[in-house]
Design a protein around this ligand. Structure first.
Ligand code: SF4
Length: 85
C-alpha cells in the first residue's frame, strides 16, 4: 500500500519498522501477506480479532475507507486477488 509524505511523518518513531521506500515511492511494509501494522488480539469474548496497531497514525488511504464499508470490502477483495478469477 502506497503512502504519502504526510503518512510517513505521521508514523513517527515506527516509520522505519512499518514503511519503506521502493524507488522513489513509500509503501507500508508487508508481513505474512498483510500490512505490518496489523496484529491479532483477543476480544472481550476471548475471540481472535485483527486490529490496527497504529490506528491513530494510520495512512490517509486507510482513513478514507470506513471499516466494514462496501468500499473497504471491495478493496479487500480486489487486493486479495479474488476479482477476475
Ligand atoms: S488500517 Fe492499519 S493495519 Fe489496516 S492497512 Fe491501514 S495501517 Fe495497515
Amino acid at each position: 500500500m502506497r503512502i504519502t509524505g504526510k503518512d510517513w511523518t505521521r508514523l513517527g518513531d515506527r516509520v522505519e519498522a512499518l514503511a519503506h521506500f521502493i524507488g522513489h515511492r513509500a509503501y507500508m511494509r508487508m508481513q505474512d501477506d498483510h500490512c505490518a501494522a496489523l496484529a491479532l488480539r483477543r476480544d472481550a469474548a476471548d475471540q481472535p480479532e485483527y486490529f490496527c496497531t497504529i490506528y491513530e497514525q494510520r495512512p490517509q488511504v486507510c482513513r478514507d475507507l470506513q471499516r466494514g464499508s462496501l468500499q473497504c470490502a471491495a478493496e479487500r477483495e480486489l487486493k486479495s486477488g479474488l476479482i477476475g478469477r
